[in-house]
Design a protein around this ligand. Structure first.
Ligand code: BDP
Length: 717
């Protein structure tokens, strides 16, 4: 072999092997090197007995075999009957033999339809381990959960676990267009190859479904909320049905977005008026057609009368009319309508933060029972930090679904390491006080606060066809963490980071401890270097990449960053107090009072609710100007500290992922300085004050920062 060919061969083996690591997400199943731990596992798992014979149970068995082969190095024998001890018995309630079924009855009573049991039992005096649930998908969830115990090196000697998801609809929202571009997508193009579907099934679809099932995600909206009606034509429905068939054995239902004007665009009707009998009929027939192809179709997600999308208001109707008409169409088939509350008026620029509440709250109790209103976590738009959306808790008779954004439209795209479960947790733990103290958002969305039967949570996906799925190894943690919180919205983000790191990289404590710490801190870091103290929406407009606090020339006032920060000689911030737009009045009285007064308003939200002077005294005694400047600097320093930690982690990580993350952190650090310098130079024009000690001097002028243009920034439609 010539040396060139040898090098090529070597490189291709090297790269394919390590690229695979990235691709494998949190399901690495690396060999356990510690022989004591490995032999304990081996002695506790000696064979598999599977009671099921569906595709799902075959998937579960294969997962167990592959994982055990990877982690312990042996091929698990499949046994046809319970012989010997330490077998892994898997099967759903109905498929188990009557003795096992009876033995597990108390456990079945503890779980819901998707819950699982993992239990060490004595069967005919022999120790066995059983994984079960009410159906095969639940068993698959149990299998993944069991494997994660081994991945994280937990003991499996004596297990007694029952666990059920607390939220019914755990759904990814893909903002994927039919041309495969992804709105706000920063990890390549859409996974869905519409051109080759339905006949060509990319292995990636299977891997996607498996990854989602491993964290309990049970639904996916395939296409963009800014919808194209073509997805509802037979040609595309056939393709969507092919995807649904791939996802089904993994327990994942397909949903589609419904463009409200579809009856006109693809149905040749003259109107899309929801009260028009022909329109109602068109949707009924469309639903029947979809269910014929996809019997377990989940339903529609709808963005209506928002940012120029068509909706019922085009016909003098309202959101209730629109949602209920679609709800009637899918109801006979068990479908749901996820109707988005992300609306803000084109005609009222008073305060965008108030508009969704003002429009939706009066509709409480008016939606059909298969409608769930999907609300973004904050009242503006997926900012690094927002106070919780006032609609949560304020519609007791309407199921509300959380919408989080996993893709980082406003948080540095797929370049910045930001661990979002920390943000999600902050929102879920927020107390709305709508039914007294303890009315947390987690309780609103899991239905326990108002006893809603229909519950849901959506995450706008950060997944694309990049080899590593999310454009940055660490942002896989945000997909993972979303799934975990969708399953249990009370989980702590630190626990999630811990699990994820162990499953994805290593169980070495010397690696886990410092890296977990930087993950946890990364959320506050991004707030600090982008929008500290309650600032928001000061990103450059359109693509939202980088700072643009100076932008003031867009046609709609509320698209301009100047609208949000309102910096002037007197100070900075948006006055939403009683003396301002009174947005505070949309919260429960306890919260209203807290937010209304700058002295009690959490400082992290200060400029969200108040316009305060540059000399305003912060709690630490600093002036607002100095405090703000130091926060920007702190964000820069935090990312530098993250880099240090990462650089010391080299020996625990494969070189490809190590180097990729290192390069990305370098970009992130560079961009933190860009944010700091551009924002402080801009705000300094109004404050007229020097930068305090400890804040590095900018190396460029404000004019330079303003001149930067990014016409090809990704994700911008
Ligand atoms: C904004 C995005 C836009 C989305 C919109 C939405 O900039 O691309 O279409 O939200 O959620 O954050 O509908």
């Amino acid at each position: 072999m010539t040396s060139v060919r040898f090098v090529i061969l070597f490189l291709s083996i090297f790269f394919s092997a390590s690229a695979q690591k990235d691709y494998r997400l949190w399901l690495q199943y690396d060999r356990i090197n510690n022989s004591v731990i490995a032999s304990e596992y081996k002695s506790n798992i000696q064979g598999i007995i599977s009671f099921g014979n569906s595709q799902t149970s075959q998937i579960a068995v294969k997962e167990l075999q592959d994982a055990i082969a990877g982690m312990l190095g042996n091929k698990l024998e499949i046994r046809s009957e319970i012989k010997g001890e330490n077998n892994l018995i898997i099967g759903s309630q109905n498929s188990l033999n009557s003795d096992l079924k009876k033995a597990l009855q108390p456990d079945f009573d503890k779980i819901n339809n998707e819950g699982f049991i993992i239990k060490s039992i004595l069967f005919k005096n022999k120790k066995q381990l059983i994984i079960s649930g009410k159906n095969e998908i639940a068993v698959l969830y149990g299998v993944f959960n069991f494997l994660s115990l081994i991945q994280t090196n937990k003991s499996i000697k004596n297990l007694n676990i029952t666990d059920s998801p607390k939220i019914n609809l755990r759904v990814l929202n893909h903002w994927d267009n039919l041309d495969r571009t992804v709105e706000r997508g920063y990890a390549g193009f859409s996974l869905w190859n519409w051109q080759k579907l339905p006949d060509f099934i990319d292995q990636r679809y299977v891997d996607y479904a498996r990854a989602n099932a491993s964290i309990g995600i049970n639904g996916t909206v395939l296409n963009n909320v800014n919808a194209n009606a073509l997805i509802l034509t037979p040609q595309y429905l056939e393709k969507a049905a092919a995807l649904a068939s791939v996802f089904r054995p993994y327990g994942i239902k397909v949903y589609l977005t419904a463009r409200f004007s579809a009856p006109i665009e693809i149905g040749n009707l003259k109107t899309a008026d929801p009260k028009d009998p022909e329109v109602m009929n068109w949707w009924k027939n469309k639903a029947a057609e979809i269910y014929k192809r996809i019997p377990d179709f989940g339903g529609f997600l709808v963005k209506a009368n928002s940012e120029g999308q068509p909706g019922p208001q085009n016909y003098g109707r309202n959101h209730v009319d629109g949602a209920n008409m679609l709800a009637d169409a899918v109801a006979p088939f068990g479908g749901v309508i996820m109707w988005r509350a992300f609306v803000y008026s084109e005609h009222d620029a008073n305060d965008r933060a108030k508009q969704a509440y003002a429009e939706f709250q009066p509709y409480d109790g008016k939606f059909k029972e298969n409608v769930i209103v999907q609300v973004k976590n904050g009242a503006i738009d997926f900012q690094p930090r927002e106070p919780f959306h006032p609609l949560f808790g304020a519609m007791p008779k309407t199921p509300l679904m959380m919408e989080f954004q996993i893709t980082q439209e406003y948080l540095g795209f797929s370049t910045h390491l930001v661990f979002l479960p920390k943000l999600f947790q902050e929102v879920l733990e927020s107390d709305t006080y709508q039914k007294g103290k303890g009315s947390t958002i987690a309780k609103v969305i899991d239905g326990t606060l108002y006893q809603n039967k229909l519950t849901g949570i959506a995450g706008v996906a950060n997944i694309g066809n990049d080899l590593n799925w999310t454009g940055h190894s660490f942002l896989q943690a945000n997909w993972y963490g979303f799934g975990r919180l969708a399953w249990n919205p009370y989980l702590d983000s630190e626990t999630i980071a811990d699990e994820w790191l162990r499953c994805t990289f290593s169980n070495e404590e010397n690696f886990i401890k410092p890296v977990k710490k930087i993950m946890i801190e990364s959320r506050e870091a991004v707030v600090n270097y982008m929008t500290p103290l309650g600032l928001h929406h000061i990103m450059d407009t359109g693509h939202h990449y980088g700072p643009g606090p100076w932008v003031s020339n867009l046609s709609r006032p509320e698209w301009n960053p100047t609208y949000y920060h309102k910096a002037d000689k007197n100070g900075i911030g948006f006055d939403r107090s009683k003396s301002g737009t009174n947005a505070v009045s949309q919260y429960a009285p306890e919260i209203e009072k807290l937010f209304d007064n700058p002295a009690t308003c959490p400082e992290q939200d200060l400029l969200w609710f108040h316009h305060v002077s540059w000399d305003y005294k912060l709690k630490n005694g600093q002036t607002l100007w100095n405090g703000l400047s130091l926060k920007y600097q702190e964000g820069v320093n935090q990312v530098a500290a993250m880099q240090n930690v990462w650089n010391q982690s080299e020996k625990y990580v494969d070189s490809e992922r190590f180097n990729e993350v290192k390069m990305l952190l370098e970009i992130q650090h560079k961009e933190t300085k860009w944010w700091r310098d551009a924002c402080l130079l801009y705000f300094q024009q109004f404050s007229g004050k020097e930068l305090p000690a400890g804040v590095e001097k900018p190396t460029q002028t404000l004019e330079y920062f303003k001149s930067l243009k990014f016409p090809f920034a990704p994700g911008n439609g």
